[in-house]
Design a protein around this ligand. Structure first.
Ligand SMILES: *[C@@H]1O[C@H](CO)[C@@H](O)[C@H](O)[C@H]1NC(C)=O
Ligand SMILES: *[C@@H]1O[C@H](CO)[C@@H](O)[C@H](O)[C@H]1NC(C)=O
Length: 311
């Protein structure tokens, strides 16, 4: 397991990939995700949370508008800018308040190297920020590592979670698809972009050492997440409490490259009452590969619950 992960880490950090030898790409893998910045924000800055400066931005109507606030959690070694299309859509077109969070050690958030990076820590950080902002209930959209954090929030902080859109999660460290990863045509560009974006965003006073961040992220991913049925069993299900239990959509792309393809179905099976949502003709980078389609699903997910099983 960890040797496979080391291959992944080497591929993503040393950029020594020889892309000529890769297998034929699937349609979705030929997209190069275009860069997207965050839409205009009402607030961009940090809050002192759990001994770090947690960067966040707020978009759309005020938190007090009566509509459910939606938190966006990004994937590994990226930042909330990667959610630019979806944040604009949810905040402006649908009109729900949006809170975008840069995970600790990522984007504009600082790190505390005296504690390891864990999905549980990320979930505590997001929940502490909600408390700081006096938000009692929220929806969470997470992709990749952010999806794992959303699952951890559902397990440990379910009281704040009205719903979760969990895209491209895994539940054990050995569920990476190395063949699929190596076949991504824009892998080299991706690795370069992750590093240059991180270097541009990381706050002053933090060491600009991307290799150190990569090592801390790898240390986390070699051992986590390590979830089984008992962990998923902590998530209150819609059968137990149709009005308060989180609506969970376990989503993925039909051409998912990085996470093994059975995983989303497994997670769905582990969470009673959750829904499995497969987005067509996209992979792990769906929010950038086909933002309009991703937004259609988000728009449906965000609709107010009408009682009964979720809707
Ligand atoms: C807070 O973070 C700093 C920087 O990593 C660390 O040196 C310090 O020990 C931390 N303090 C606590 C109380 O965890
Ligand atoms: C891994 O990716 C390859 C290449 O896309 C694919 O053929 C294979 O089915 C995937 N394996 C799993 C377990 O997802």
């Amino acid at each position: 397991m960890s040797s496979l992960l080391r291959v992944l880490v080497t591929a993503l950090t040393s950029m020594s990939l020889i892309t000529d030898s890769i297998a034929a790409a699937e349609p979705a893998e030929t997209y190069t995700p275009p860069y997207k910045t965050l839409p205009p924000a009402k607030f961009r800055g940090t809050a002192r949370i759990n001994n770090i400066s947690l960067w966040y931005s707020m978009h759309g109507p005020p938190l007090t508008c009566g509509r459910l606030p939606i938190v966006f959690l990004h994937g590994r070694k990226t930042s909330s800018r990667w959610w630019g299309y979806q944040i604009k859509y949810v905040a402006s077109t649908i009109g729900n308040p949006v809170i975008a969070i840069d995970t600790r050690a990522h984007g504009g958030s600082s790190d505390d190297i005296s504690v390891p990076l864990t999905y549980e820590q990320f979930a505590h950080d997001a929940t502490a920020l909600l408390k700081h902002l006096k938000v009692a209930r929220t929806g969470v959209v997470g992709r990749s590592d952010g999806a794992n954090t959303a699952l951890s929030m559902a397990m440990h902080h379910g009281e704040v979670l009205d719903r979760a859109f969990v895209f491209g999660a895994n539940y054990r460290p050995d569920q990476l698809n190395i063949t699929g990863l190596m076949g991504i045509m824009f892998l080299k560009e991706l690795a370069g972009r992750q590093q240059s974006e991180w270097e541009a965003l990381t706050p002053t006073g933090q060491p600009k050492n991307y290799a150190a961040l990569a090592a801390r992220v790898s240390a986390m991913q070699e051992t986590a997440p390590m979830w089984d049925g008992s962990d998923f069993g902590r998530i209150k299900t819609l059968y137990q409490d149709p009005r308060k239990a989180p609506i969970v959509w376990v989503a993925d792309g039909d051409s998912e490259e990085i996470v093994q393809r059975q995983v989303a179905g497994d997670i769905r099976d582990g969470i009673w009452g959750s829904s499995l949502v497969m987005l067509p003709d996209v992979g792990h980078f769906a929010p950038l590969q086909d933002p309009e389609m991703f937004n259609v699903f988000l728009g449906r997910w965000v609709e107010p619950r009408a009682g009964g099983k979720g809707r």
